[in-house]
Design a protein around this ligand. Structure first.
Ligand SMILES: Cc1cc2nc3c(=O)[nH]c(=O)nc-3n(C[C@H](O)[C@H](O)[C@H](O)COP(=O)(O)O)c2cc1C
Length: 142
C-alpha cells in the first residue's frame, strides 16, 4: 500500500513529527504551504478566527499528487482547537475516496475537530481510518 504523509507546520514541530513518521512508514512526504506566509500576529488573530470556523486559506499546489497514493496520513498543528486554515485548504482539495489518518499536534494534546474533519472526509467519499491527538513537548510547543 502506497502511503503519502502530508503535513502543515507553522513553527516546525509538526514538520519534525511528519519527517520521522514518513521514515518509519517508508512513505513519501509533502508539505502544505500557505500561498502567502503570514506573521505570528496574523496567525493568532485572523488565523485562529478562521480555524475556529473551519475556513480555509489558499495553499500552494502540492509538490506530490495525493491521488497517486492509497493511504494519506495528514499531520497538522492545533490552532484554537482545530487545524489552521491552510489545513482546511488541503482538505478541500483532497481526492475522492481516500483512506485517511489524521494526527493533530499541540501543546495541550487536545483538539475539538475530529467530527468536523470526519464529515469533510465523508463528504469526499473517504474513510477516516484513524484520528490521534499528539502532545508535543519542548520549547514553544504551545
Ligand atoms: C496560532 C496558534 C494557535 C494555537 N492554538 C493552540 C490551541 O488551541 N491548543 C493547543 O494545545 N496548542 C495551540 N497552539 C500550539 C501549537 O498547536 C503547537 O505548538 C504545535 O505543536 C505547533 O506545530 P508547528 O510547530 O508544526 O506549527 C497554537 C499555536 C499557534 C501558532
Amino acid at each position: 500500500m502506497k502511503t503519502l504523509v502530508i503535513y502543515y507546520s507553522y513553527t516546525g514541530h509538526t514538520k519534525a513529527a511528519a519527517t520521522e513518521l514518513a521514515a518509519k512508514e517508508s512513505a513519501d512526504i509533502v508539505e502544505v504551504k500557505d500561498a502567502r506566509r503570514y506573521s505570528k500576529i496574523k496567525a493568532f488573530t485572523l488565523g485562529c478566527f478562521a480555524a475556529m470556523r473551519g475556513r480555509s486559506w489558499p495553499i500552494k499546489p502540492l509538490e506530490k499528487d495525493p491521488a497517486a497514493y492509497d493511504r494519506l496520513i495528514l499531520l497538522s498543528p492545533v490552532w484554537a482547537g482545530g487545524p489552521p486554515p491552510a489545513f482546511y485548504g488541503l482538505l478541500a482539495q483532497l481526492p475522492e475516496g481516500k483512506h485517511i489518518v489524521v494526527k493533530m499536534n499541540s501543546g495541550s494534546g487536545q483538539s475539538s475537530c475530529r467530527e468536523r474533519i470526519e464529515n469533510i472526509v465523508k463528504q469526499k467519499g473517504g474513510v477516516l481510518e484513524g484520528f490521534e491527538d499528539i502532545k508535543v513537548s519542548g520549547k514553544d510547543a504551545g
